[in-house]
Design a protein around this ligand. Structure first.
Ligand SMILES: C[S@@+](CC[C@H](N)C(=O)[O-])C[C@H]1O[C@@H](n2cnc3c(N)ncnc32)[C@H](O)[C@@H]1O
Length: 617
């Protein structure tokens, strides 16, 4: 169980570990499954989850949980000069030997691997400064503090610790010399601090620091299974200079069985690198020449390459993937084991884009080239766009390798596309604006001409109005005239009515029937006495020929005297006649016929006056 052998494999846990590797680039595959499982279970318990797949979903949904999980897995417990007896031995026996073996100006390098919050690295610094003196320390000494946990490294870089922890670990002289008080804390002296360099380094994935004289890796190896410990010890062997010392923790015993180190003090876990002549690093567990193909890390240059925010790989002349920095491994889902393998065997050499032929081209033509717009599907399912730059690395006028740098341009691509879209929309809007403008111009012209037409119509209306006003005035005066005429006519009509009434009264008062005939002998006047005598109303006889009337008066004897009067031959002629009145009674009447003269010339008609002499007795 302790070493995570095949028999212990829990597929759920393995799946989660693979997820952590592909999504966060953190490879826990070499950790002892027992303690790793317990640590993860502890975290799962804290968030109320009890199976790995649900926890994986939680990590996907809430990325800050990764930090919590790593904090739980990577136990950062540490202290200054932890196991002080061993440190005292180091100070008394080992450090003097290291310095004695060095030339006067030769650099001295130490490495605290798995340094947590830095106490181990500063402990090394204190002991070395004691031994070398401040000047020698500043000029010749470097101590590298590395860890996989960024949060712990951030604390290490501050160099600030509780005063009690510092005072408990170091003697008064050391506290005074190397630390400055700041409230309840003590801070490592700034000028000496420059010799202490902290950086992220994963013992499982990253190339080791080289030419190290003293390597402390305490209470860290114990987290890994024996296979991984072997691999790390092989890296440490590679990292140490000939005659360099390895300082381990209490429970890290495997070292003796690797044959790479000889014990200096078994009890205190101090070993010396076995001199093996030219160093060849151990092959990776699966047999591939893993990190052996990685060029030796050259301190900061290597750290810079490893931690660069741009994915970079190097393919050597033999076609092997010689280097792949952390960003590249995460981006392309590469395991450290794939470094050193033939590049063409890796899927990413031909998918999503064919890189092999491009690399051959750079080898042949010795010229840089680029491959743009590579669409890469990320392990988490997203998509990224990459521009790749392939550069020939020339040594001794030979292209010894090709370096590939991958720039993530997805963001810029999206921005560019947005910009292009915005530009297109702008152009469309501009065109629309232009056509709207043209339409407006046309409408404006139309409006102008309509306006002109309206002005003309208005003028015409004005003049029509003036004409109408004149006509109105004329009509008004005509109206006035008409009214006057009308009044006159009304007056005349009144006068006429009065005259008629007067005439009718006269004719009625005469006591005789009066009939007035026109020149055609049509009845014009038929008074009331005539109505009484003959039984016909005026409206029944008016306009009738007098001689044709069917009344009780015999009209034939009157024909001649009427015509004579009409011709102006006689003035007044009386004719006695027997007649029958309307009651059918015979009566004696005297009929006087006289011409009707208007202006004294020819008669206009005839007047017939019938006077009744009463009924005969
Ligand atoms: C218990 S601490 C040891 C601190 C210190 N060396 C000491 O003995 O006091 C173990 C450290 O190992 C670190 N660690 C775990 N896995 C690691 C890895 N793969 N690479 C580098 N450091 C790792 C953890 O982050 C943690 O800080």
């Amino acid at each position: 169980m302790a070493d995570g052998t095949e028999a212990d494999v829990d597929p759920g846990l393995e799946d989660l570990l693979e997820f952590l590797r592909t999504s966060r680039g953190f490879d826990f595959s070499g950790y002892k499954r027992g303690s790793l499982g317990r640590r993860i279970a502890k975290r799962m318990h804290a968030v109320g989850v009890d199976d790995y797949s649900t926890y994986k979903e939680l990590l996907e949904a809430e990325p800050p949980e990764f930090v919590e999980l790593f904090n739980t897995i990577l136990i950062n417990v540490t202290a200054f000069v932890r196991d002080s007896d061993a440190w005292q031995y180091l100070a008394d026996e080992i450090i003097p030997k290291i310095l004695d073996a060095k030339g006067q100006d030769e650099p001295v390098r130490a490495w605290s691997a798995g340094c947590a919050s830095g106490e181990e690295a500063y402990s090394l610094a204190v002991l070395l400064c004691d031994a070398m003196g401040e000047d020698g320390f500043r000029e010749r000494f470097k101590v590298y503090g590395t860890d996989a946990d960024e949060e712990a490294l951030a604390a290490a870089r501050l160099g600030r610790y509780p005063a009690s922890a510092v005072k408990e670990a170091f003697n008064n002289e050391q506290v005074e010399r190397y630390f400055e008080s700041d409230g309840d804390d003590m801070v490592f002296r700034k000028d000496l601090r420059r010799a202490v360099i902290f950086g992220r380094h994963d013992l499982l994935q990253d190339a080791p620091i080289s030419r190290v004289d003293l390597l402390a890796c305490r209470n860290t190896l114990m987290y890994f299974n024996s296979e991984t410990q072997r691999q790390i010890l092989s890296d440490f062997h590679f990292a140490l200079s000939d005659g360099g010392y390895l300082f381990l923790g209490k429970s890290e015993a495997l070292v003796s069985r690797t044959g790479l180190f000889v014990p200096v003090d078994q009890k205190r876990h101090i070993f010396m690198k076995e001199r093996t002549g030219r160093v060849v690093r151990q092959p990776a567990p699966h047999g591939a020449p893993r990190a052996a193909r990685i060029p030796v890390a050259e301190d900061l240059a290597d750290l810079t390459f490893e931690n660069a925010p741009i994915a970079q790989i190097v393919v050597d002349r033999a076609g092997l993937l010689a280097l792949a920095n952390r960003h590249a491994r995460t981006l392309f889902g590469l395991g450290i084991n794939q470094v050193g393998r033939p590049f063409k065997d890796l899927e990413f050499s031909y998918r999503p884009v064919e890189l092999r032929s491009r690399i051959d081209q750079v080898f042949n033509e010795r010229r840089a080239t680029t491959v743009n717009d590579i669409q890469l599907t990320l392990p988490g399912g997203g998509v990224e766009f990459l521009d790749s730059y392939l550069l020939p690395l020339i040594t001794d006028s030979e292209v010894s390798a090709v370096a590939l740098a991958f720039l993530e341009v997805g963001r810029y691509k999206v921005l560019r596309e947005e910009l292009e879209r915005a530009q297109r929309e702008l152009e469309a809007a501009y065109e629309e604006l232009q056509s709207t403008n043209e339409e407006l111009e046309t409408t404006n012209e139309e409006l102008q001409s309509t306006n002109e037409e309206l002005e003309t119509t208005n003028e015409e209306l004005h003049s029509t109005n003036e004409e109408l006003e004149t006509m109105n005035e004329e009509l008004q005066s005509t109206n006035g005239e008409l009214e006057a005429t009308n009044n006159e006519l009304r007056q005349r009509s009144l006068d006429l009515d009065e005259a008629n009434i007067y005439l009718e009264a006269i004719l009625g008062s005469l006591g005789s029937g009066v009939v007035v005939l026109n020149r055609q002998l049509a009845v014009r006047v038929w008074n009331r006495v005539s109505e009484d005598l003959w039984g016909l109303r005026a409206d029944e006889v008016e306009g009738q020929h007098f001689l044709n009337l069917d009344i009780g008066l015999p009209v034939d004897p009157l024909s001649q005297p009427i015509r004579a009067a009409l011709n102006g031959e006689t003035e007044i002629v009386d004719v006695p006649l027997h007649a029958v009145n309307r009651r059918g009674r015979a009566i004696e009447v005297s009929v006087r016929v006289a011409p009707l003269r208007g202006d004294g010339k020819a008669p206009d008609g005839v007047i017939v006056v019938v006077r009744s002499a009463g009924e005969p007795t």
